[in-house]
Design a protein around this ligand. Structure first.
Ligand code: PHE
Ligand code: NA
Length: 458
């Protein structure tokens, strides 16, 4: 038996439910409610959703299972876990890049995630003071554009968001937050259902269902397939070391396969509900499905401004969105903080503060890309990156490159390099189910990712 630092310290999740809460807290976030609808709109709807769902279950879930399993076997931070596993499994040292990729990617992803988290903060205030009441699409679009146009306001709320995240991580008061997730996430789910019911009466529900679920492959590009794959990784928080870190606290007796499936179903459910709440409003109000990152910040306020109880529902909704964003953000800071603690010997408070300040600083690039640098396209000279701002590039690099490639490396390592002894029990699958899973993990998952990449390169 290898030394499981956390596990020996008795520092384990108290139950399967507690782990699900933390992992689901990481998974369910802005990715589901902010990003999924707008990229679905930008990529033409149904066909994109279909490819996304295939990526979730053929690529996402196997990697999710493998990453949690590796984390539990290693029992440490991603970098130390990969170091230990390459030793105990006697494999090439090159696999350690999985751990490093996680630290770099989670650092970069948080830098732009925090800026969008700041938007959620702003919208709690706007909803609470009744700024949406009776406003039309143009007025509400104007409010959003004014926010983006103001770098100082964005910077202020981005800073507040980062301060909250750093405070929680530094104080190690995560467990309290994770208990709260058990109440707040079901509330978010219910509120989304309320919004879907409201959207059903908007007159455009049928059109929205058709847009989301009737695939028209002529509207899907090869880049769209890469974005669907990247979003499957982004939304499940895989390939980035986060679930490896969380898995290191997981007790032996918990069935990883079942847990991973639960997380994936919850996460997918939230994303689909968000789409069903938003697209009817998009069509009913003559808005553009491909309008981009502002989609939910324009459509939902319109609904809150018209429905009865809209001030309460709106305030509650953005507050819950903020909680969902925070539970994801703290999971992103974790690999960075663990790395600073382990490799730089810094205290937890200093690591959280140092890591947080560095992330915050990089985040300024995203803040500026919505205004002052709105026309700055750093890699624009390369055809593929034409018209991509700093924010677009960071999102692309992390979601569509680092996370899927990290996921592919995890699938290959778990599928080919890790000893099969005890693996079935470790994962929680038996007989035929285990064999089928291993075939998918060894062949389907890596080949799927490789194909998408090759098509986009050519
Ligand atoms: N899964 C989160 C979301 O959907 C985002 C995330 C990405 C969290 C990477 C952790 C790591 O919002
Ligand atoms: Na998600």
């Amino acid at each position: 038996e290898t030394v499981h630092a956390h596990q020996q310290a008795g520092n384990l999740w108290t139950s399967r439910l507690a782990f699900i809460m933390a992992a689901a807290g990481s998974a369910v976030g802005l990715g589901n409610i902010w990003k999924f609808p707008y990229i679905t709109g930008e990529n033409g709807g149904g066909a994109f959703v279909l490819v996304y769902l295939a990526c979730i279950f053929l690529i996402g879930v196997p990697v999710l299972i493998a990453e949690i399993m590796l984390g539990r076997r290693g029992g440490q931070s991603p970098i130390a876990t990969m170091r230990t596993l390459t030793q105990t499994e006697g494999t090439a040292k090159g696999w350690r890049i999985i751990g490093w990729n996680g630290v770099v990617a989670s650092f970069l992803v948080l830098s732009f995630y925090a800026v969008i988290g700041g938007w959620a903060l702003v919208y709690i205030g706007k909803a609470a003071v009744g700024m949406f009441v009776g406003a039309d699409a143009e007025a509400i679009g104007g409010q959003f554009n004014n926010l983006l146009a103001n770098p100082w306001e964005l910077l202020l709320w981005h800073s507040v968001f980062m301060a909250i995240v750093v405070f929680i991580v530094a104080r190690g008061i995560r467990s309290g937050l994770e208990k709260a997730v058990g109440i707040l996430m079901p509330m978010l789910f219910l509120l989304l259902i309320v919004m879907v019911i409201y959207a059903m009466n908007s007159g455009s529900f049928g059109r929205a269902v058709e847009f989301m679920f009737s695939p028209d492959f002529s509207r899907l590009t090869t880049e769209g397939v890469l974005i669907a794959l990247g979003h499957a990784a982004f939304t499940l928080s895989i390939g980035i070391g986060v679930l490896m870190a969380y898995g290191s606290y997981l007790p032996k007796n918990i069935n990883i396969a079942r847990t991973a499936m639960t997380i994936a179903v919850l996460d997918t459910g939230v994303a689909l509900l968000a789409g069903l709440a938003i697209f009817p409003l998009v069509f009913a109000n003559g808005l553009e499905p491909g309008a981009g990152p502002g989609l939910i910040f324009v459509t939902l306020p319109l609904a809150f401004g018209q429905m009865s109880g809209g001030i309460i529902f709106g305030t509650l909704f953005f507050a819950l969105l903020l909680v969902a964003a925070i539970t994801s953000a703290i999971s992103m800071l974790e690999p960075v903080v663990e790395w600073l603690e382990e490799h730089k010997g810094a205290s937890r408070i200093k690591s959280a503060l140092g890591g947080g300040i560095a992330v915050w600083f990089i985040g300024i690039g995203t803040v500026l890309s919505f205004n002052v640098w709105g026309e700055v396209y750093p890699l624009g000279f390369m055809g593929f990156f034409e018209g991509k701002t700093v924010f677009d590039l960071l999102d692309f690099l992390v979601s569509n490159v680092l996370m899927p490639l990290g996921g592919m490396a995890i699938a290959l390592f778990a599928g080919w390099a890790v000893t099969r002894d005890g693996l079935a029990e470790d994962i929680g699958l038996q007989g035929g189910a285990f064999n089928a899973f291993m075939l998918i993990l060894k062949f389907v998952t890596p080949a799927g990712i490789a194909t998408v990449f090759l098509y986009n390169l050519l």
